[in-house]
Write a protein that binds this ligand. Sequence first.
Ligand SMILES: [Zn+2]
Length: 215
Amino acid sequence: MIKVDIFTFNPFQENTYLLHDESRECVIIDPGCYEREEQEELTSFIEINNLKVVELLNTHCHIDHVLGNYFVKEKYKVKLAANKIDEPILKAVKVYAPNYGFVNYTEATIDRYIDEGDQIKFGNTTLDILFVPGHAPGHVAFYNSKENICIGGDVLFAGSIGRTDLPGGNFETLIKSIQDKIFSLGEAMVVYPGHGPETTVGREMRSNPYCALRA
Ligand SMILES: [Zn+2]
């Protein structure tokens, strides 16, 4: 059984996800922790629950999702996996981070490129990957069909969608990613987004003002 734990970090109120199962192996997705208190919140949870962090994953590489990459890599000696297309997006973060006040940001490099068709394994769990560009050009989502869990990043939100006005963003591409890929995961799929509360594919398919399917 996959357990999903959610931490909301940094001024962007970004959701950082910890996925683990009965084996106690764990992956960290989009660590947004920046301040020391945020880092400590994450590490003490891992310690208290006796989890073993085995990999670090990014759905995409916007600043709010990667602020804690370096800390997690160093602390747990794990590799960072992300899509290659977002590598320039990641490299740009250190250039603009000080403008947002993140003067202590340190870049962590991608160790493993992941794409649709690849799988992430931890403990007794396998996550599949969807390539869902539009918000960011190299955006991916991680999902498990048996347990209806999808860590979707900034693609589909409860009642909204990711913004498409940042470099590499495209509205039509995003809608296509949602309707062709995310919606194909089935109505019961629970989507855990990069911001705000979780939702289901069924709910957004029927009522999302941007991407609902019209009969
Ligand atoms: Zn983003």
